[in-house]
Design a protein around this ligand. Structure first.
Ligand SMILES: *Cc1c(COP(=O)(O)O)cnc(C)c1O
Length: 366
């Protein structure tokens, strides 16, 4: 008899990322993976050169130099930061590895990031999926429904804030209410992958909750605003007890020196940070408004992407996707997120945004 994976593993649909190419189209504009159109900080690229000299050596295992940079910039307790050299995805997975066992339940919302379900099933635990609210301009996490889904078996609740692919967010007060309604033995994981983009005054990425409570984790990434998706750097902030658990199971050298140096340089480059924020603040509203003029529903977003709803029939999402592909633009189909009638578009460079919007206008006009 051949080896059999643990229960749950063969129920996982492997993660499929945003497409990177179109057959027969040489040069494509890739607006499918929420990567930064501004790219990385030049200081991060310079740090990569510097790191070359040391690749024969193991890195310092706690990623101290990267944690120091993060602690300084985000004003956090150094001892309660953990980094990852396989993105924040790996941290989201390690949290499940540390806290879920067969029979346990993990709650997340209907259109949540796919990694939560994968990490839950990989630990033979049970995903509990809660419907979202559909207001006419956004798909929103329903805090009351999330709390109503809690049972004695609940061990974790994952929430992306802002959420991908919907682009909506919970305010500081709504998140505090969600936390307050959870039993103390349930881990609240706040995935703030897009937190750097949010300018709304009533948003809080999770730092305040982590400071006050032992059962909260905030995860962050260098893949989005910092423009380093290819380098796979993520980090988390949590209580000492949670960090202790994760530090026991993470790889002893899980963040390469290359990643530590580039991440530290990136986080310290505040000019580049604000350049990326400003670019998004210019183009997110423009894209939203221009596409809405075609009559399509575009949801309010505080992140670096928008969710576009297409009608049934000739102007459906699949036809729009094909039309855009022919014009050399790739958006993200989000059927795997339970949104078969939608496409998600990442904010690109000015030229990319203009091209994508004009193709959508042509598609709707033909
Ligand atoms: C992109 C993204 C991440 C980050 O993934 P990395 O592994 O850090 O590249 C995490 N959560 C959500 C919701 C995302 O969209």
């Amino acid at each position: 008899m051949s080896p059999i994976p643990k229960p749950g593993i063969l129920d996982i649909s492997p993660y499929v990322g945003g497409r990177a190419g179109v057959a027969g189209v040489a040069k494509v504009v890739k607006l499918s993976s929420n990567e930064s159109p501004v790219g990385p900080s030049p200081a991060a690229l310079a740090a990569l050169d510097q790191a070359k000299a040391s690749v024969a050596l193991y890195p310092e295992g706690s990623a101290l130099l990267l944690r120091e940079a993060i602690a300084e910039v985000y004003k956090l307790d150094l001892a309660r930061i953990i980094t990852s050299g396989d993105g924040s995805d790996a941290l989201l997975t390690m949290l499940a590895n540390a806290y879920l066992q067969p029979g346990d339940e993990a709650i997340f919302s209907e259109h949540a990031f796919l990694v939560y379900k994968i990490a839950t099933l990989a630990n033979s635990a049970t995903p509990v999926i809660v419907p979202e609210k559909n207001t006419n301009h956004a798909l929103m996490v329903d805090v009351d429904a999330m709390l109503a889904a809690v049972t004695p078996k609940t061990r974790m609740l994952y929430i992306a804030n802002p959420n991908n692919p919907t682009g909506s967010y919970l305010t500081r007060d709504e998140m505090a209410k969600l936390h307050a309604g959870l039993p103390k033995n349930v881990l609240l994981v706040i995935d703030a992958a897009y937190g750097e983009y949010v300018t709304a005054k009533d948003y809080e990425a999770g730092i305040e909750l982590v400071a006050k409570f032992d059962n909260v984790v905030m995860t962050r990434t260098f893949s989005k605003l910092y423009g380093l998706a290819g380098l796979r750097i993520g980090w988390m902030y949590a209580s000492a007890a949670i960090c202790d658990a994760i530090n026991r199971i993470r790889g002893p050298f899980n963040t390469a020196l290359l990643q530590q140096l580039a991440g530290a340089a990136a986080v310290r480059d505040r000019d580049h940070f604000w350049k990326a924020v400003e670019h998004n603040n210019t183009w997110l509203p423009w894209i939203t408004a221009e596409i809405r003029k075609t009559g399509l529903r575009v949801d309010d977003s505080v992140a670096n992407f928008v969710l576009i709803h297409f009608p049934q029939g000739a102007k459906n999402a699949a036809n729009a996707d094909a039309f855009l592909n022919k014009g050399g633009v790739i958006l993200r189909g989000v059927a795997s997120y339970g949104l078969p009638d939608c496409l998600r578009m990442t904010v690109g460079t000015e030229d990319e945004n203009r091209l994508a919007v004009s193709l959508i206008q042509q598609f709707m006009a033909t």
